[in-house]
Design a protein around this ligand. Structure first.
Ligand code: ADP
Ligand code: MG
Length: 233
C-alpha cells in the first residue's frame, strides 16, 4: 500500500511541488514528538508543502483553522499530524474525527492517517462510511478507536444509535468542506458538530471558498485563523 518510498527519482504525480520561489521548510522545526519526525523521514516527507508550512504551526498551537488549498497539496498531513500529536493512546476513546464527502475520500484519508500514525503501534484509526453494513462498524467501535474518519450521514447514524460517543473528542476536521456542502451535507454536519464537545479544535479544509464555507465556519469554528494559498499556477 505504501509507494511513497519509490527511490527511482521519478516524479510522484500525486504530490504538488512546493513553490519554486519559497524556501522548502523541513518538519524538524515543528513542535512534534521525535518519533513522529522519524516516521515522516521514513515516509520520505522531506519538506512541508506550502499548505502544511502555513497551517501546521497554527494548528499545533491549538487554533481553529480555515485552510484553502487545491487538491494534491498535502492537506491530509496538515490536519493529520496535529490530531495525532494530541492523541492519548492509553485512553481508548474517540479523540479526533474527520468528516469527508465520499467513501473514497474517507478511505484515502484513513490510509494516510494510518501511515502518519506508524510512530505508535497502538493507534486505532477507523473508517465509518455509508454503503457498508453497520454491524461490523459497531463492533469495531465497541473495541475502541482513537480516530474516526467518515461520511456525515453514517457518522450521524452511529451517533443516533449510540454506537459512537464523542465526549472525549478534541479535534474535529471538516475535509473538502466545499464538496460536503455541494452534496447537501450541511444539516448532517451541524448535527454532528452539535454532538462534539464545545472546547474542541475545529479544522476546516477546502479547495474553494464559496459563500457557504464562511457561514459554516462562522457557525462551527471559534476565532479561526485563515490560511489561503493563492492559485499556484
Ligand atoms: P490533498 O488532500 O490536498 O488533496 P493529500 O493530503 O492527499 O492532498 O496529499 C497528496 C499526496 O502528497 C499524498 O500522496 C501524500 O502522501 C503526499 N504528501 C503530502 N505531504 C507531503 C510531503 N510533505 N512530502 C512528500 N509527500 C507528501
Ligand atoms: Mg484531501
Amino acid at each position: 500500500d505504501d509507494t511513497s518510498g519509490c527511490p527511482t527519482g521519478a516524479p510522484d504525480e500525486a504530490v504538488a511541488p512546493p513553490l519554486a520561489t519559497e524556501p522548502a521548510l523541513p518538519f524538524d522545526h515543528l513542535p512534534l514528538p521525535a518519533a513522529m519526525l522519524d516516521t515522516l523521514r521514513q515516509l520520505d516527507y522531506r519538506t512541508m508543502t506550502p499548505i502544511q508550512a502555513a497551517s501546521l504551526p497554527l494548528a499545533l498551537a491549538g487554533h481553529d483553522l480555515i485552510a484553502q488549498a487545491k487538491t494534491g497539496s498535502g492537506k491530509t498531513a496538515a490536519f493529520g499530524l496535529p490530531l495525532l500529536a494530541r492523541l492519548d493512546v492509553r485512553k481508548l476513546d474517540v479523540q479526533a474525527m474527520v468528516l469527508c464527502p465520499t467513501r473514497e475520500l474517507a478511505d484515502q484519508v484513513t490510509q494516510e492517517i494510518r501511515r502518519l500514525a506508524r510512530f505508535e503501534a497502538n493507534i486505532k484509526v477507523l473508517a465509518l462510511c455509508g454503503g457498508t453494513p453497520m454491524r461490523p462498524q459497531r463492533d469495531s467501535l465497541e473495541h475502541g478507536a482513537h480516530v474516526v474518519v467518515g461520511t456525515p450521514g453514517r457518522i450521524m447514524d452511529h451517533l443516533e444509535r449510540g454506537s459512537l460517543v464523542l465526549d472525549g473528542l478534541n479535534t474535529l476536521v471538516l475535509d473538502e468542506a466545499d464538496r460536503m456542502l455541494d452534496m447537501g451535507f450541511h444539516d448532517d454536519i451541524a448535527f454532528v458538530a452539535g454532538r462534539c464537545p464545545s472546547d474542541r479544535q475545529t479544522l476546516l479544509f477546502s479547495a474553494t471558498y464559496p459563500e457557504g464555507i464562511a457561514s459554516l465556519a462562522a457557525r462551527f469554528l471559534r476565532k479561526p485563523q485563515e490560511v489561503k494559498l493563492l492559485e499556484q499556477h
